[in-house]
Every structure is written in C-alpha cells, then in structure tokens.
Design a protein. Structure first.
Length: 382
C-alpha cells in the first residue's frame, strides 16, 4: 500500500509540474507583418462528405493572399461523394465575395498505397506534389480560423524553426459523450503544451502541424514507422526533435486553434482511442513513455479504490481523500487549458467524467495491446 500510495503522489506531483510547464509557454503575440511565407496545406480524406462543406467554407474565409498558399486534398479511396462535393464547391464559389483569398490553388489527387498507413502514404504523395517549402497538415473534419495562415507566417518570420506544433480542440455539444471526449482531448492538449514548457516535447496533433519540406526529406519522412497505421504526427515529431530539438516549437495562440468534432458513438470512441494508443509501444521518447506510465498508474490506483474499500485495505476517509486530491489536481490543470481554448467546463460532466475516466483509460490500454481496431471502414491489426 505504501508503494501504490507513493506512485499516486508521484502522479499528483506530475500534474503540478505540468501546470508549471503549461504556464511557461508564453502566448504568442502576432505582429502585422507583410505576408511572405508560402504554404502547402495537405488534407487526406476518406468518406468525409458530411464535413467537407464546413471545411471548404473556412478555407474561403482565410485571411491570407491566395498566391501564397495551395490546398492539396488526397482522396484515400472514398466511397461517398466527397470528391464531387469539393469539385462542386470550387465551381459554385468561384471568386466568392471577390476576396483575394476566396480562391486559393486547390487540387485533388489520389492516394497511392505503399504501406500499412494510409494517412502517411497520403501525406507523402501530396508532399511530393507540393510546390512550397512549408507544409501544413490538417484533417477534412476540421474548420480553419480566419487568421490561421497569417499567424503562422508571422511566427515563422519571427522564429527560426523547422516545425511548429499548434493547438487543436473539439467543437462539442452538451451531451455526456461529447463532454467526456472534450475533457479527454483537453488533457492531451495540456500534456502537449506542458511538454514544450518543460523543454521535453513529446506530443503533437497532425490536424494542426507545420514543418519544412526540406527537413521532412532530410529525416526520411515516415520511413521505418509506416508499418504502424497511425502516428503520422508523433513519429515525425520524434524525427524533427532528433534532427534539431531547438527548432521544434509550440505556438500558443488562439488565432491558430483548429476545431474538429468528437465521434458520436462509444464504439467509434473506443476505436479512435485504441488507434491513438496503438503506436505508443513504438515511441522512442523516454519522457513521453515515463509520463504515460505515471498517468496510467495514477488512474489504475483510483480505479481499484472500490476493491481496497471492500477488503478493508483503506478507510472510507482515506479513499475520499485520494479521489478528491486527483479531482482537484486534474481540474487545476484542465481549467487552465480550457481557459486558453475559451471553452467552459461543465462541472457535472467533469465530475461524471472523472469517475469514468480511470476505467476508460485501463480499457483503452488493454485493447491497444490485445485487440485490432476499425477506422474509416478498414480493420487494422495490432
């Protein structure tokens, strides 16, 4: 019991360290500079008909000269009318509102499968066809903020970097399933930002990732990890860190926050999180692995408290104290992140999620080890 209690207090200390790390990353203040950076934005998609209209509308609204950016959509074997939607939108919205940014250079290409990772293949195919040095990857179920490219351009002009990790969040409704995913996702974003604040980056999200094409080529892109279906972001981050850690930055700016959507069924949530977790065994960053173990053990300890009570290993007062401490420490960190994203935490949802989350974490851990998963109509083996 002394050992498990000690591990739990290590978890609490880790959360406090993450709070420190999160606060150390300063908010980026954008300046009004003349746009110079040329971007190639890569968007792999598969059966995204229900999401493309919103994405395309946000592309039209981008506040950046159209001559300085291109969008490359990569069709990864869509069986719906996704391609027709993109083509129709381009025709129907030609020169919409007469804005300079209303019609960027947009193309659609087919994915060429060469590995077990459709998304990595799609990014590689698009990158080979891209015209510009700066690559941005995002997803078809995202919406892009108006000053997205403008802020990235300003950051690049002010900082000598090879990769920029940027924030992502969920556009969630008030249902418990959505709120649970939002809180889970905010915890991942907290870990991402805190890692950079502690000078030990270990997470990023491919829905909002910026990097130099020349460095991607120097580190051999996704070579040696394309047998793993997911990880187009994390494994590339590892390579860029190994190449030159000091030139991998995080941009803490509300102007570049990408919004995406939670899934709508618990089964899809399980498959999505198992897909994310399935790559962790192949991580090379020791700090990331250490944090993963600490978080897992902290949640396992809370999960077994009912058993400890049943067998009279701990008292009710002690059990309540442990649960209360985890609740408060987690909230202290998540509240900071939600304030940055300007998203209100629903207290009852947070309370219910805190009860469910330890068991959910254990379930995902076990399934990522022993189970295959389905995603976008495909089955991927462990």
């Amino acid at each position: 019991m002394i050992i498990t209690s000690s591990l739990f207090f290590i978890y609490l200390i880790t959360i406090l360290i993450f709070v420190f790390g999160f606060d150390r990353v300063s908010v980026f203040k954008s300046k009004n500079l003349e746009p110079k950076t040329r971007f190639s934005i890569i968007i792999p998609f598969r059966n995204e008909a229900k999401n493309l209209h919103q994405l395309l509308s946000s592309i039209e609204g981008l506040n950046y000269p159209k001559a300085l950016f291109e969008f490359i959509f990569v069709d990864d074997g869509s069986a719906d009318n996704s391609v027709d939607i993109i083509n129709s939108h381009l025709v129907n919205h030609k020169n919409t509102l007469g804005l300079d940014c209303a019609r960027p250079d947009i193309s659609i290409i087919k994915n060429i499968r060469t590995s077990n990772s459709p998304k990595k293949d799609a990014i590689t195919v698009a990158l080979n066809a891209s015209k510009n040095e700066w690559i941005i990857t995002t997803d078809a179920d995202c919406t892009l903020p108006k000053n997205w490219l403008k802020t990235f351009d300003t950051y690049i002009q002010q900082n000598n970097c090879n990769m920029i990790v940027a924030p992502v969040t969920y556009e969630a409704n008030k249902s418990f399933l959505h709120q649970f995913q939002l809180l889970d996702f905010l915890s991942l974003q907290a870990s991402t930002i805190s890692g950079f604040g502690l000078l030990q980056p270990f997470l990023c999200n491919g829905a909002n990732l910026v990097y130099r094409k020349s460095v991607f080529e120097k580190v051999d892109g996704f070579k040696n990890n394309n047998s793993i279906a997911s990880g187009d972001d994390i494994f590339l981050l590892e390579k860029f860190l190994k190449f030159k850690k000091s030139k991998v930055n995080y941009i803490k700016s509300a102007e570049v926050i990408i919004k995406t959507f939670p899934v709508n069924t618990f089964n899809n949530l399980l498959n999505q999180r198992v897909r994310w977790a399935s790559k962790t065994a192949s991580y090379n960053l020791f700090f990331g692995k250490l944090i993963g173990v600490i978080i897992l053990l902290g949640n396992c300890f809370i999960a077994v408290i009912p058993l400890l009570l049943i067998f009279s290993v701990i008292s009710m007062t002690t059990a309540i104290t442990y649960v209360f401490l985890k609740f408060i420490f987690d909230y202290f960190l998540i509240k900071r992140v939600s304030n940055f994203y300007k998203q209100n935490l629903h207290f009852l949802s947070y309370l219910a999620s805190s009860v469910c989350y330890p068991y959910f974490t254990i379930l995902i851990f076990l399934r990522s080890i022993f189970s295959n998963y389905n995603w976008k109509g495909r089955t991927f083996k462990k």
